[in-house]
Design a protein around this ligand. Structure first.
Ligand SMILES: Nc1ncnc2c1ncn2[C@@H]1O[C@H](COP(=O)(O)OP(=O)(O)OP(=O)(O)O)[C@@H](O)[C@H]1O
Length: 590
């Protein structure tokens, strides 16, 4: 709630305006029956047409003012709701950009999507409904009861009794509804998770013939959600029936009591119509408010879920004053080394691991242990090792998706934890293990890391990445890319991802198993072209195939997160049994 009020703060004036329009609307709704009663009383007393017409004119003015209030209120409310929704979504999205991989895992992708879209929608609609339906209730009740008392004390007591009865019934129903709505939101998260898995993994499901199994899983999630929704709707139905019964009983009571009072001359005949209308209006508003208030527990749960995201302290944060003036950029946007002048550029390590150790928060053992190596400008460092040996984790640590548990990683002599994350990542071009392209055009994707790149630079990056196929496409650089790049083959996606990285001017290029889908000829041609294109930077290649890294300046051999060897291919063939095993097994397979 605290967070929601913060979002509401900039719109204080609009809120006050909305309240005034609500007042106008409610006052109009109650004054029209009062004027009707006056007209009836005038007619019953046999006064002429002029005073009745006069009352009619007053009624017209009141109706116009009330209509203006209602219309303006609705407009302001709709606009406020849309702006609040936008502000909340932007805040949640911006916050999610600061999350580390571990922070994301706390929520899960499906829940993040539900929280950003569905939860904020629920907050928005509950807010609009509350302003339009709940805000007028106290005003309507107080004014309505006062007006009824003005006509006759008995009528006042009657209306008060009905109001108390309905508010009590509403209170108990809402108390029962809160946990149901909480459950409903959790089930919605689960439906989203299962649905996402089923849609993204549809080919695997079909290939393994698991349609029936998945149908069952989906069915159970839908059933749980449906059962809670039915329970909630039953409560709505109960509330609806109670309110209709209350309205009818109160009208009957008013007609009976009012008739007796009018018959005995204690009350004017028009009073019966007026009080009946007051009661109907009050009960109508209470009924609508209860329908809306029932949504409040759900909205509160959604607010809590939004607050969970907004209040989370990101695991990885920039240090206060992390902006590093010691790392000015050169003309091409690369960070310049803060190394002393005596150190020549070639000797300055772009990346340096010093006894770096890392353990995932939920793991029992270190994923990487005591790694020490350096990647220098103009050289290629390769990392090879078995599956799960920690190769990709090294790339993630350099990019600060995680922080080392012990030891240190430096970029151009500065601990990466002392650099602003933006500055750090700006100086690195990264090709992730899973090639991912964004929907749009090839050009949009290539410009992702370097929006100012010229067309020639983009074509050059494509050529280096052996993506000549782009030139053959009818639309060339403007060719459409589907979400995730699904309209390209695995190898094409990899090459486009490599071209995207190359289009960015960086101090360090990281290729995480990025050549795996390439045939041997393309792989060799790409590595040859890469040497020239990245000669001003350091290159880190993570690979499974020995042929990809054979000519690297140094090769780090990883075994269970530990360095089993570091050297050139020839060195390692002489003294690293783990490397020799890898080479032999791949030769045998070949
Ligand atoms: N988020 C995580 N939480 C816990 N453990 C993880 C997480 N991500 C990876 N691991 C574990 O860390 C280890 C190293 O993973 P990593 O992805 O670095 O391996 P890799 O050598 O790149 O493997 P591959 O060659 O299969 O890509 C693995 O045992 C993996 O199970």
């Amino acid at each position: 709630m605290r967070y929601f009020l913060q979002f509401l703060k900039p719109y204080r004036k609009t809120c006050i305006l909305i309240f005034l329009t609500v007042l106008l609307d409610v006052a109009g709704a109650l004054l029209v029956p009062t004027v009707t009663a006056n007209m009836l009383n005038l007619a019953a007393a046999g006064s002429g047409i002029t005073p009745i017409l006069h009352q009619g004119l007053i009624m017209l003015i009141i109706s116009l003012l009330a209509g203006f209030g209602a219309l303006t209120g609705s407009f302001l409310c709709a606009r406020l709701s849309a702006r609040l929704g936008r502000d909340m979504r932007v805040a949640v999205y911006k916050k999610s950009l600061t999350f580390s991989a571990a922070d994301f895992e706390r929520f899960g992708t499906a829940s993040m999507v539900t929280r950003t879209l569905n939860d904020i929608n629920s907050i928005q609609s509950a807010f609009v409904m509350c302003v339009q339906m709940v805000l007028p209730v106290p005003v309507m009740c107080i004014l309505g009861i006062l007006f009824a008392f003005r006509i006759h004390p008995y009528m006042g007591y009657l209306v008060t009794a009905v109001v108390i009865l309905l508010l009590t019934a509403g209170f108990f129903i809402i108390r029962r509804a809160a946990p149901i709505f909480e459950r409903l939101q959790r089930f919605l998260d689960r439906v989203n998770t299962v649905l996402r898995e089923n849609i993204t993994g549809v080919r695997v499901i079909r290939a393994f013939g698991k349609e029936t199994h998945e149908e069952g899983r989906m069915g159970r999630s839908f059933m749980d959600y449906a059962q809670s929704a039915i329970q909630a709707n039953r409560l709505f139905a109960a509330l609806d029936s109670i309110a209709t019964l209350a309205i009818n009983l109160s009208v009957a009571a008013i007609l009976y009591t009012g008739g007796n009072l009018a018959g005995s001359g204690a009350m004017e005949i028009g009073g019966i119509t007026a009080v009946t209308e007051y009661a109907i209006w009050i009960l109508f508003y209470i009924m609508m408010a209860q329908m809306v208030v029932i949504m409040v527990p759900k909205a509160l749960v959604c607010m809590e879920r939004m607050a969970e995201i907004l209040s989370l302290e990101p695991e990885i944060q920039d240090k206060p004053g992390a902006l590093s003036p010691s790392l000015p950029s050169d003309q091409e946007g690369r960070l310049c080394s803060p190394a002393p002048a005596s150190v020549t550029e070639n000797e300055t390590p772009v990346v340096s691991f010093s006894d770096a150790t890392f353990r995932f928060p939920d793991a029992d053992e270190d994923t990487l242990s005591h790694l020490t190596f350096q990647c220098k400008k103009g050289t290629t460092t390769a990392i090879i090792g078995g599956t799960g040996s920690g190769k990709s984790t090294i790339a993630k640590l350099i990019l600060r998706f995680h922080d080392v548990t012990a030891g240190q990683i430096s970029l151009l002599g500065t601990d990466v934890r002392d650099l602003p994350q933006k500055e750090l990542r700006d100086s690195i071009a990264y090709v992730p293990q899973k090639a991912w392209l964004f929907s749009g055009t090839i050009e949009d994707n290539l410009r992702y890391g370097n929006p100012d790149a010229s067309r020639e630079e983009l074509l050059c990056a494509l050529d280096t990445a052996q993506s000549g196929f782009v030139r053959q496409l009818p639309d060339g650089l403007s060719s459409h890319v589907a979400q995730g790049g699904t309209n390209f083959s695995g190898g094409q996606k990899q090459r486009l991802s490599i071209a995207r990285a190359l289009a960015k001017k960086a101090d360090l290029y990281i290729f995480d198993d990025s050549f795996s889908a390439l045939d041997a000829k393309t792989d060799a041609a790409l590595r040859h072209a890469l040497k020239e294109a990245t000669k001003e930077a350091a290159v880190l290649i993570i690979a499974q195939k020995v042929s990809t890294i054979l000519h690297a300046d140094q090769i780090l051999v990883l075994e269970d997160g530990k360095a089993a060897g570091l050297g050139t291919h020839a060195d390692l063939m002489e003294r690293c049994p783990v490397y020799k095993d890898i080479v032999r097994s791949q030769m045998r397979d070949a």
